[in-house]
Structure formats: C-alpha cells, structure tokens
Design a binder for this molecule. Structure first.
Ligand code: NDP
Length: 257
C-alpha cells in the first residue's frame, strides 16, 4: 500500500481503530498519497486528535465529514472527495465506523436494531455503492491483473461477534443482538460484493480486528489499537484475489462465517 501513490478513505477516523489506522498509514505513506479521514463531527472535541494529526500532514490527510447513518451525508461526501481523487480513483475504502448497542433480547427495542443496521450495515453498503465508480477507476488505472489493496479494495471492519459459527462459544459473554446481527449482515454483504464485482478487479474482505482497547472494546481488551492496526495493515498488504470475499482476523487467520 505504501509502495506507490494511493488514495484511501477510512470512516470513523476520529478515534479508536480508525484514528490509529490513519496514523500508521500516514507514517508509511509515499508522495502523492491521500488519506481521506471520515468523521461525523470534525469540529467536536472528540475529533481533536484527528485534527492535530491532519495538521502535521498537510496535503496527505484530508478530514472529511461523513455520518454513515445519513444517506445524504454519504452522497455529499462522495461529491466532495470524488474530484480530489483524480485519475487514480479510490484504491481502498475502509468501512471502519461502527456502533455496539449493549442490549440483549430481553431489553432490545426496534430503535436499537434500526440504529445498528443503519451504521453497521446500511452505512458500509451505501459508502461502497457511492464510491464504487472511483474504485472501478482505480482498478482500471492499475492496468495489471489480480487484486490487492493498492489496486482497488473495500475492507469491511467486522467482528467475530458476527460469526454464526462462533456464536455458541461466546454468546454468554457478549449477548449483543443488534451488533451481532448487523455485523453478520456486513459479512454477507462482503461475500455478495466480492462475487458481483469480481470482474472489475475490486477486492472485498471482512476483517476482525481482535478484542481491542478502544471506547468500544474497553480497557480490559487483549490488544492495544496500535497492535491491532499493525496486524490489520500487515494482512491488508498481503491480500490477493485468493482472499476475495474472505473473513479474516488481524493475524490473517481465516474466520468462519
Ligand atoms: P470506537 O467506539 O472506539 O470508535 C467508533 C468510531 O466509529 C468513532 O470514530 C465513531 O465516531 C464512528 N462512528 C460511529 N457511528 C458513526 C456514524 N454514524 N458515522 C460516522 N462515524 C461513526 O470503536 P472501535 O474503534 O473499537 O471500532 C472500530 C470498528 O471495529 C467498528 O466497526 C467495530 O465494530 C469493530 N470492532 C471493534 C472491536 C474492539 O474490540 N474494539 C472488536 C471487533 C470489531 P464518533 O466519535 O462520532 O462517535
């Protein structure tokens, strides 16, 4: 990814894993690269770290407003970012933004479910749809066969919690129904997109970041954001057409759907 000029867009980039991903990608970037750091409230105190990081990397990090639960915000973002991508198109979209409503079946409301679906499934789906023309441009501009994250790719940040096959192992510890179901949907979206856009040369992969110390993962999680992102970037760099439609973790291990 860092070997040639690349355009990358990451949602939920103002804190947690998204911010760390922008930080690590910026540190390894080469001239001509652009990182579009999506954030729903760029002026808010919670986005201060991202604003400071962007200041240190003028021309490389562009902070862009996106609320992925708002379709209008997604189309507005595509209108603003599209022209900045130029002939190279968009090489990689990382659908990272997500929410976890900590509710089980006993307390769940339709609103919890709707919000989770909007953010964890509909948001990534509409981001992919809006940016698809730019990913297609990138795939064509590459001019080489095969698939990779430096050519054209969509990485959906998923979770082991969305794995139906693994649910029996960890449901009691984490009985978060809207989160699990919406992320299982995201996994299915990844597979469907991989099949539909195979001929375009665009790679689609779902990644589980591990259990990570962020606002969502909590302080007792196994990994720091730095470790998780180092692992995910290593995996992303290694991806080829062989992994199109796969569900992998931050170490590159195959996760069961
Ligand atoms: P955080 O809660 O720390 O950060 C979530 C990010 O998503 C924030 O930047 C938040 O922005 C953004 N976000 C939420 N809703 C929206 C929205 N509607 N539009 C735009 N941005 C939004 O979570 P993590 O960094 O830990 O999680 C990142 C991804 O990793 C998520 O998809 C999560 O499901 C996944 N994951 C995390 C695990 C962990 O252990 N941490 C484990 C497995 C998966 P804002 O500040 O505005 O709220």
């Amino acid at each position: 990814m860092e070997a040639k000029a690349c355009n990358i867009l990451i949602t939920g980039a103002n804190r947690g894993l998204g911010l760390e991903m922008v930080r690590q990608l910026a540190a390894k970037s080469c001239p001509g690269c652009q990182i579009f750091a999506g954030c729903r409230d760029p002026g808010a105190p919670k986005s201060q770290d991202l604003r400071e990081l962007a200041k240190k990397h003028p021309g490389l990090i562009h902070v862009v407003q996106i609320d992925i639960s708002d379709l209008r915000s997604i189309t507005d973002c595509a209108k603003k970012v599209g022209p900045l991508l130029g002939k190279g198109g968009l090489n990689m979209l990382v659908n990272n933004a997500g929410v976890a409503h900590l509710v089980s079946m006993k307390d769940i409301t339709a609103k919890d479910m709707e919000e989770s679906f909007k953010t964890n499934l509909l948001g990534p789906m509409m981001m992919t749809k809006e940016f698809l023309p730019y990913l297609q441009v990138a795939a064509k501009a590459c001019g080489k066969p095969g698939m990779s994250c430096s050519k054209a790719a969509v990485i959906n940040i998923s979770t082991v919690g969305g794995s139906m096959a693994k649910s029996h192992e960890m449901f009691d510890m984490f009985p978060v129904i809207p989160y699990r179901i919406s992320k299982a949907g995201l996994n299915m979206l990844t597979v469907c997109n991989a099949l539909e856009f195979k001929e375009d040369g665009i790679l689609f992969v779902a990644l589980h970041p591990g259990w990570v110390q962020t606002d969502m993962g909590g302080k007792n999680a196994d990994l720091s954001a730095q470790e998780s992102v180092q692992g995910m970037l290593r995996v992303m760099k290694s991806l080829t057409e062989k992994q199109n439609g796969a569900f992998l973790d931050y170490r590159g291990d195959v996760m069961p759907f």
